[in-house]
Design a protein around this ligand. Structure first.
Ligand code: PGA
Length: 249
């Protein structure tokens, strides 16, 4: 049975000071969440040091980055290496988010390089896949997400795949308030799980307008093990309620 994972993707929100205030309000509320639930926040790079410092007293909440470069160092202006993230206690990194695929030229091939590099350094990739509205309307949803999943995991051993987290995020549902019907999300996630045998016990997260009010319905589907949450992860009380609703069964 895959573990439960709830990850907050803050995108380009919160300064270091705002991050510290969030952690101080949010982390104490996580103390009674079941120990087998992984709770992750992914602030912007500039707030990781502040988050790491504020989380010292709260090991229950893990730290994620929103992107990473696969090379250890070099002439890559504006990029951030794995060692730079690990220096700040980062254990997870979101890879292949649709916004990075759309605006920052993230490709299936670079997603794969990032996943390999993260696993080689003992980090947990959160690989995001998802279809556009046009692809859904054309009946290409399953083909698209299966292809993205296979490319991201290409060349990995079964043991390596077992250390990945996958997030299914239909692009048309992200930030729109139009969340994907949970039964349909679960169906697509079943196709994702089935396309690579080693995904059997990997946490599959749903993302796209997940809220405190709808998270329980997603969690009741057997292929959905958690959420990658954008807008609803920015307020500490709101995100704490979402985590609680996800883990109360
Ligand atoms: P949303 O974003 O929850 O605001 O829809 C999810 C995501 O982009 O990861």
């Amino acid at each position: 049975m895959p573990r439960t994972v709830i990850a907050g993707n803050w995108k380009m929100h919160k300064t270091a000071a705002e991050t510290r205030a969030f952690v101080e309000a949010f982390a104490p509320l996580m103390a009674d969440v079941p120990a087998d639930t992984e709770i992750v926040i992914a602030p912007p790079f500039t707030a990781l040091a502040a988050a790491h410092d504020a989380l010292r007293a709260y090991p229950r909440v893990r730290l994620g980055a929103q992107n990473v470069h696969w090379e250890p160092q070099g002439a890559y202006t504006g990029e951030i290496s794995i060692a730079m993230l690990q220096e700040h206690g980062v254990s997870h990194a979101i890879v292949g988010h649709s916004e990075r695929r759309a605006y920052c030229n993230e490709l299936d091939s670079t997603v794969n390089l990032k996943v390999r590099a993260l696993l080689a350094h003992g980090m947990t990739p959160i690989v995001a896949v998802g279809e556009t509205l046009e692809e859904r309307d054309a009946g290409e949803t399953d083909t698209r997400v299966v292809s993205q999943t296979r490319c991201a995991l290409d060349g990995l051993t079964d043991d390596e795949i077992a250390r990945v987290i996958l997030a299914y995020e239909p692009i048309w549902a992200i930030g729109t308030g139009k969340n994907c019907d949970p039964a349909e999300a679960g169906r697509v996630m079943g196709a994702i799980r089935a396309c690579v045998p080693a995904l059997a016990d990997v946490p599959l997260l749903y993302g796209g307008s997940m809220k405190a009010e709808n998270v329980a319905t997603y969690m009741s589907h057997h292929h959905i093990n958690g959420g990658l949450v954008g807008g609803a992860s920015l307020d500490p009380a709101v995100f704490a309620t979402l985590v609680r609703n996800a883990t109360t069964r």
